[in-house]
Design a protein around this ligand. Sequence first.
Ligand SMILES: Cc1cc2nc3c(=O)[nH]c(=O)nc-3n(C[C@H](O)[C@H](O)[C@H](O)COP(=O)(O)OP(=O)(O)OC[C@H]3O[C@@H](n4cnc5c(N)ncnc54)[C@H](O)[C@@H]3O)c2cc1C
Length: 453
Amino acid sequence: MSPIDALAEKLPTGRLLTDPDVVDSYARDRTFLEPGKALGVVLATTRDDVVATMRWASEHRVPVVPRGAGTGLAGGATATEGSVVLSLIRMNAIRELSPADEIAVVEPGVITADLDRAAREHGLMYAPDPSSYEISTIGGNLATNAGGLRCVKYGVTRDSALGLEVVLADGRVLNTGRRTVKGVTGYDLTGLFVGSEGTLGVITAATVRLRRAPLAPPATFAAEFGSLREAAAAVSAIIAAGCQPSLMELLDRATLEAIDDWRHIGLEPATRAMLIGQSDAADGQAVALRMQELCEANGATFVAVSSTPAEAEELIAVRRMAYQAKERLGACLVEDVCVPRSALPEMITAIEAAAARHDVKICTVAHAGDGNLHPVFIFEHGTAEPPAEVWAAADEVFTKALELGGTLTGEHGVGLLKRRWLDLEAGPVVSEVQRGIKAVFDPLGILNPGKAI
Ligand SMILES: Cc1cc2nc3c(=O)[nH]c(=O)nc-3n(C[C@H](O)[C@H](O)[C@H](O)COP(=O)(O)OP(=O)(O)OC[C@H]3O[C@@H](n4cnc5c(N)ncnc54)[C@H](O)[C@@H]3O)c2cc1C
């Protein structure tokens, strides 16, 4: 019996898909990367399906690629040749939501925004909100330690993860962490699994922290600047003034042009950058007006401040259009460098210089309050690989980020795409220790091989 027939025997009917077209549709994420040919897709519905799959994979030494919604931007969920894709999208129950303990226990396939909406019915919120939160899963968010727009105030996914249920490579079930606010028993295995990109185990449940939802709707501003440097200076001024924005996003001219071409936002010729910020504090309107003043003091040519929730939504809508607007321009290599906030202006200058030097179109959006920039390198659709000049410009951007004390990836993960630069940041000792950790959890090397480390 072939290994894949043996797997079919171990799973309830309908959980294993082998039709090549269907398998291919589960083999890609949102990168341009071509996947390897997978043997099949397991649509896990219960933890037992995951356990059975991992036991089988260990027995037959078949690589397993865990998968949430496939919205990743680093190639983490891209299928490996000869692998089985293990989709968690159908494990999507919110098992518990406790207002008293301010926690939820969820399965990995829950869509991020669905958990937030469920929490809001109890006056709570699930804070991590990647821009993809309407389409990404909690499992994928945990595996990539996803950030988001609100993380400038509420932290990244790791800051909301209290405990995990994980199926290990050999099918054993590991429970990490706790459901208490505090806890220091043993090593922090929850923290280790968050951001491990499916290379250490398969997350089958998570206990996550909820927070009180703000009482008032957030107040929003959008400020236009004649230069990116002025916009970056306004970011520093807002942080230094203690405004505690709940969101602070920066869009460069190339991104604004892409949005304007698509949705006609009335972009002024002199506008080189837009800063969009929000306060969800009880006195949010007053804070937004204070942020307006700070933008103006740093050279803003125009600032709009919302006075109703609908106006706030309109201002933020511009930011939400950014990724789709860029996808219309061509194929995208989306990068994710993060630098100390104070180095934001220098990083932006370096990105502009790399674009000019290599004659590459780069559109940049930044979670400016976190120093996390997404330079998106545009190249022709239908090209299997980005051309040499794109890699050269990306190389320059990564090198500069590391020089400034930053990191290759703030929130998307290493996946396959950033592995070529990994040694520059990690160095030999870190790499050796990480390989040692991988060997403890996955001695046969079957879990998402070739990714992350
Ligand atoms: C328009 C757009 C906007 C985005 N904005 C943001 C943003 O603001 N912030 C941000 O951080 N990211 C953003 N992303 C990237 C992406 O949405 C996130 O990385 C997200 O966390 C991936 O979730 P997913 O369910 O799609 O996971 P997938 O893409 O399916 O998987 C991602 C990684 O997680 C692993 N994985 C998935 N589920 C599990 C599991 N249950 N157990 C173990 N490993 C697992 C996979 O093997 C893979 O390595 C954006 C993407 C798009 C397309």
